[in-house]
Design a binder for this molecule. Structure first.
Ligand SMILES: NC(=O)c1ccc[n+]([C@@H]2O[C@H](COP(=O)([O-])OP(=O)(O)OC[C@H]3O[C@@H](n4cnc5c(N)ncnc54)[C@H](OP(=O)(O)O)[C@@H]3O)[C@@H](O)[C@H]2O)c1
Length: 300
């Protein structure tokens, strides 16, 4: 078969043979990122809960890129038990992990609690990625310089982390607040990870892709879907175009010695000032450790 893998452009890394895991790689933005990484020659692992959809995505990526090294790892990121099983499976398959992209996302319209007792948005956006990153740290350390890229959004700017009631047990549920809290948690986690791993060769960044035309609002309220279809429609970008930012942050050689940066698309941006609060970062970190059942994972 003709080699359809793209030759690296100037300033672009060759990803040939590098192992890249994309959580949520079966759909939307994650699928576009996975496609781009495969076209650069990477070994791509789609970490997904929906295996049927992942199989279809895998076939499409192989067909488009000519890269057959696309794997599926079953993982429901909202379940810590599933994350642990998936992490073990990856451990037994690969000796290294060069790039970990967290691209799962949720847009709930009502409160749901996982079997393990966590509000689902928090589990999908923060706790699952937190645990998976920890369980894969040895693989990331075995591939330095390696990167963790967390896809985030502007919603972190209006977020408040209520440490007393993270799962909305004592306050009225608001899907908006749940998403904003989880998004702020995601950025705080990434920045704290970057601080704690500084000098280790494993780096971590956030990237907001901007508004992307995906199915992300399929579970959202009718109003949110109507606004997206009408008012916001002209400014939505396609997943293929929006993937440029995350793929750049995941692969650019220019970022090898950088860590703890926030991007919007291809451009660097300052995150919410709160994100630089060390005490808040430490508190979030220790809370996540407690909730997912690990201790002293990475010391400062
Ligand atoms: N779309 C936007 O405008 C926008 C803007 C800013 C940031 N983002 C961020 O971009 C990322 C991707 O969003 P998207 O727009 O591509 O959304 P999407 O099309 O809804 O994709 C979300 C992905 O997350 C996966 N997922 C959800 N819950 C999961 C779970 N429990 N376990 C494993 N996978 C799970 C979905 O898998 P299933 O197929 O199984 O549901 C899907 O692959 C998110 O982090 C989102 O916050 C999006």
């Amino acid at each position: 078969m003709k080699d359809m893998m793209a030759k690296p452009k100037r300033g672009q890394a060759s990803m040939r043979g590098r192992v890249c895991v994309v959580t949520g790689g079966n759909r939307g933005l994650g699928r576009a990122i996975s496609n781009d990484l495969a076209s650069m020659g990477a070994i791509v692992v789609l970490a997904c809960r929906n295996v049927r959809s992942a199989v279809a995505t895998r076939e499409s990526i192989v067909r488009r890129t000519g890269n057959h090294r696309v794997h599926i790892l079953e993982c429901d990121i909202s379940s810590m038990a599933s994350v642990r099983t998936a992490c073990k499976e990856l451990d037994s398959t690969f000796a290294r992990l060069d790039v970990l992209v967290h691209c799962t996302g949720s847009a709930p319209s009502e409160k749901t609690i996982t079997d393990e007792g966590h509000e689902r948005t928090l589990a999908i956006d923060l706790l699952g990625p937190f645990l998976a990153t920890h369980l894969w740290l040895d693989l990331l350390r075995g591939a330095t310089p390696s990167r963790v890229v967390v896809v985030t959004s502007q919603k972190h700017r209006s977020g408040v982390v209520d440490f007393e009631d993270l799962s909305f047990e004592r306050r009225a549920y608001s899907a908006k607040q749940a998403i904003e809290q989880a998004q702020l948690g995601r950025v705080l986690f990434t920045m704290e990870l970057a601080r704690r791993l500084r000098g280790s060769g494993v780096t971590a960044h956030c990237v907001d892709p901007g508004l992307v035309r995906t199915e992300s609002l399929r579970h959202a309220s009718l109003l949110a879907r109507a606004v997206a279809r009408t008012v916001l429609r002209p400014i939505y970008r396609s997943p293929r175009v929006a993937a440029e930012g995350p793929v750049h942050v995941a692969t650019s050689p220019a970022l090898t010695n950088e860590t703890g940066l926030y991007f919007r698309g291809l451009e660097r941006q300052e995150p919410a000032p709160l994100v630089h609060d060390r005490e808040l970062g430490r508190q979030l970190w220790e809370t996540c450790e407690r909730l997912v059942g690990i201790r002293n994972s990475v010391r400062v």
